[in-house]
Design a protein around this ligand. Structure first.
Ligand code: PGA
Length: 257
């Protein structure tokens, strides 16, 4: 079974409510135009419900940008998995580099969130990726191995198959700098080999691995044409319907659709 590409917008801490609704409406329309690609949007938590309303009866799926591992309780400022489900989410981004490096989330916390996501039926988009100094020190594989191993720790095969991995080299996020298709492909193949080692070849062939980091209409085709790049997690360019629609069209073209 070929892996269906998955291109998902990560809106981060952007948009007003009205902007979120307009963006959702345009993104859902673009999703309907590119059936070969699964299309998602991860709005700020406070606008998920409004975006999910726009997604209804369209092929667009909705995700949260983060969650806590407890289902409820005295955790001021946090959002729980059951709440994301209640609002209409199917996915949740976990371990995004901004969570890891701006908010100091460690691997073991992210691993608990992955398990908590599955416990409520959410599919995690598990972000992994090295900092610039780690790449320069030739530690990319060490760091990515640690993120992947920890994120999949204790997951049975049926759950592991539903994880979406997002390889996001931190030096390429929001910087305009993109990994070359070859650089990205090399790490994607490494991640797939890790999954084959940890589970088996079938599982490794099932898991979708997105690329993230300054994806735009100009580079989407060449990235998604790589054998192990199964989609994209898109920040800045997902905030404009035109740019995101063009990325979806390029992604579909890369897959010959
Ligand atoms: P960017 O963000 O596309 O703006 O680089 C990607 C991400 O952080 O998911």
């Amino acid at each position: 079974m070929p892996r269906k590409p998955f291109i998902c917008g990560n809106w981060k801490m952007n948009t007003t409510r009205a902007e979120a609704v307009a963006l959702a409406e345009g993104t859902a329309r673009a999703a309907a135009d590119t059936p070969a690609v699964e299309v998602g949007a991860c709005p700020p938590a406070c606008y998920i419900e409004a975006v999910a309303a726009e997604a209804e009866n369209t092929p667009m799926v909705v995700g949260g940008q983060n969650m806590y591992f407890e289902a409820k309780g005295a955790f001021t400022g946090e959002i729980a998995g059951p709440m994301l489900v209640d609002l209409g989410c199917e996915y949740v981004i976990l371990g995004h580099s901004e969570r890891r490096h701006v908010f100091g989330e460690p691997d073991d916390l992210i691993a608990r969130k992955v398990k908590a996501a599955f416990a409520v039926g959410l599919k995690p988009i598990l972000c992994v990726g090295e900092l610039l100094e780690e790449r320069k020190a030739d530690r990319t594989e060490t760091v990515v191995r640690r993120h992947v191993t920890s994120g999949f720790e204790g997951l049975p095969k049926d759950q592991a198959a539903r994880v979406v991995v997002a390889y996001e080299p931190v030096w390429a996020i929001g910087t305009g700098e993109t990994a070359t298709p070859d650089q990205a492909q090399e790490v994607h193949a490494f991640i797939r080999a890790l999954l084959a080692e940890r589970y088996d070849a079938d599982l490794a062939q099932t898991v979708r691995i997105q690329y993230g980091g300054s994806v735009k209409p100009e580079n989407a085709h060449d990235l998604l044409a790589q054998a192990d790049i199964d989609g994209a997690l898109v920040g800045g360019a997902s905030l404009k319907v035109d740019a995101f629609s063009a990325i979806l069209a390029e992604g579909a073209r890369a897959r010959g659709a």
